[in-house]
Design a protein around this ligand. Structure first.
Ligand SMILES: *[C@@H]1O[C@H](CO)[C@@H](O)[C@H](O)[C@H]1NC(C)=O
Ligand SMILES: *[C@@H]1O[C@H](CO)[C@@H](O)[C@H](O)[C@H]1NC(C)=O
Ligand SMILES: *[C@@H]1O[C@H](CO)[C@@H](O)[C@H](O)[C@H]1NC(C)=O
Ligand SMILES: *[C@@H]1O[C@H](CO)[C@@H](O)[C@H](O)[C@H]1NC(C)=O
Ligand SMILES: *[C@@H]1O[C@H](CO)[C@@H](O)[C@H](O)[C@H]1NC(C)=O
Ligand SMILES: *[C@@H]1O[C@H](CO)[C@@H](O)[C@H](O)[C@H]1NC(C)=O
Ligand SMILES: *[C@@H]1O[C@H](CO)[C@@H](O)[C@H](O)[C@H]1NC(C)=O
Ligand SMILES: *[C@@H]1O[C@H](CO)[C@@H](O)[C@H](O)[C@H]1NC(C)=O
Length: 389
């Protein structure tokens, strides 16, 4: 349907800028909150995520903060709106980061509700402030509301990429023409000192699922375009080759996780769900299926997909071998349901014990959610994937 011309060009050398080095130094200095070393300098250039000495890597997913102007921005659908504002969203983020101490925080779009922002850049700064001050690396993608203020989608993503401690990227360097802003991948390397220390044992993909259709004949939301899928396919293939071929050689690819905002049509096919589907309109996918689910199936590494967008759906369930998950709404200026707590999703990947007590590749991936109630209750614990299954 879209005939965007896709031209690939030779890989550019990764050139780090002074800014990146500065950010790196700052990130390294402020890592006191993180018990396990998960960010380090690689050849003084790239920030590297890796599994900790406990053989685990934990990701906190925050969906739909819908942050606007802070104290003056009211909460929606709460039992008592008195004294409730964006600051409740900020407080929840601080609290959950402190409780879970994740190795990476992922924001899956509608980070701000830009139409209500007075100063879009400032709203972004304030929305991500708890992640930035935690010193924990974080990554973000765009939703459909992030660009409704004074900044374009490109402008919002550029602003995000410039914030402290973020691993977000504007777009892949090797893709000359790619649709959207904020398509990138991150490698999580094996435990330090293990045979897998230089390999990506967990592949993370971040995509821009767009905002709205720009085609007259198609209503509704945007979708993941062919150019993005080709980039994904190539990246997945390269990671597979590296994982399987370099010593210690492996029989299968390393598992991957994909994060973006708008759910795929396949979410409607999940039969056995853990969690709920409370959205009156069901699942708000684009009205066309651009085939990204099939592309992921064929690539073989993605074991679970994590989206937001539908604040009242928080389920996770399997569809033809891939788990399709929501995080549930996080922000208080986002619509919700009075009496139904705002929430977030946690994912933990655990390594296999390799030979001689060292850590191997990923053995299993587990998930649960945390509610913004008094106890930060953990619910719906489930295993998403295990090597033996
Ligand atoms: C495919 O990915 C590899 C590794 O990221 C990169 O070096 C190469 O340029 C990419 N190829 C294309 C056609 O984008
Ligand atoms: C928002 O935060 C205030 C201040 O901590 C608190 O009194 C209020 O109960 C919170 N509102 C909700 C709905 O959580
Ligand atoms: C933004 O807000 C204005 C005024 O409240 C409204 O008319 C407009 O439809 C909104 N735009 C979007 C994209 O939601
Ligand atoms: C980044 O961190 C530095 C040092 O802590 C601080 O001076 C600067 O204001 C921060 N920048 C942003 C955009 O938060
Ligand atoms: C990983 O790379 C470092 C730096 O190049 C090297 O010293 C180390 O031996 C490598 N580890 C393995 C297991 O190959
Ligand atoms: C790979 O598969 C072969 C044959 O099925 C088996 O002998 C070998 O142990 C496997 N290696 C690993 C690392 O699983
Ligand atoms: C449903 O999903 C749960 C959680 O993943 C799993 O434990 C259970 O075995 C599944 N049941 C069926 C019938 O597939
Ligand atoms: C949320 O609040 C809006 C506006 O007050 C209301 O129309 C809507 O029905 C509420 N949604 C739920 C699920 O309670």
């Amino acid at each position: 349907m879209s005939s965007s011309s896709i031209r690939w060009k030779a890989k550019r050398q990764f050139s780090s800028t002074t800014t990146m080095n500065l950010l790196l130094v700052m990130a390294t200095l402020s890592l006191s909150l993180v018990p396990n070393v998960c960010v380090e300098a690689e050849k003084g250039q790239q920030k590297l995520l890796r599994f900790g000495e406990d053989g685990k890597f934990k990701i906190l997913q925050v969906a739909d903060m819908h942050y606007a102007n802070g104290k003056t921005t009211p909460c929606l659908n709460v039992s008592s709106a008195a004294g409730c504002s964006d600051l409740n969203t900020t407080a929840f983020l601080h609290r959950i980061i402190e409780a879970e101490k994740p190795n990476l925080i992922v924001f899956t779009g509608d980070n701000i509700y830009a139409n209500d922002t007075i100063d879009t850049a400032r709203s972004l700064d304030e929305a991500f402030a708890p992640a930035i001050s935690s010193g924990i690396p974080w990554a973000a993608v765009l939703g459909n509301h992030d660009q409704e203020g004074s900044l374009s989608r490109e402008g919002v993503m550029k602003h995000i990429v410039g914030l402290n401690n973020t691993l977000s990227k504007l777009n892949p360097p090797e893709a000359d023409v790619i649709d959207g802003y904020g398509n990138y991948n991150l490698e999580v390397h094996g435990a330090e000192g293990s045979a897998f220390e230089n390999k990506s044992v967990l592949n993370l993909y971040f995509l821009d699922s767009g905002d709205y259709s720009t085609y007259h004949s198609i209503n509704g939301y945007g979708w993941i375009k062919l150019s993005q899928q080709l980039w994904f396919e190539n990246t997945s293939k390269s990671l597979r080759r590296a994982y399987m071929s370099s010593p210690p050689a492996q029989n299968a690819t390393a598992p991957g996780l994909a994060y973006f905002h708008i759910p795929l049509q396949e979410y409607a096919m999940v039969a056995n769900m853990t969690g709920v589907k409370l959205e009156p309109s069901g699942i708000s996918s684009p009205s066309v299926n651009s085939g990204f689910f099939t592309t992921m199936l064929e690539s073989g590494d993605v074991k679970a997909v994590f989206t937001g967008h539908d604040h009242l759906n928080d389920f996770c369930g399997e569809c033809m071998g891939i788990d399709l998950c929501y995080a549930g709404g996080f922000g208080y200026h986002a619509y919700g349901k009075a009496g139904w707590s705002r929430r977030a999703r946690v994912v933990v990947a655990s390594l296999d014990k390799g030979g001689e007590g060292g850590w191997g590749g990923v053995k299993s991936i587990e998930t649960w959610k945390r509610l913004d109630d008094q106890l930060l209750s953990g619910i719906d614990d489930q295993v998403l994937w295990s090597k033996t299954s």
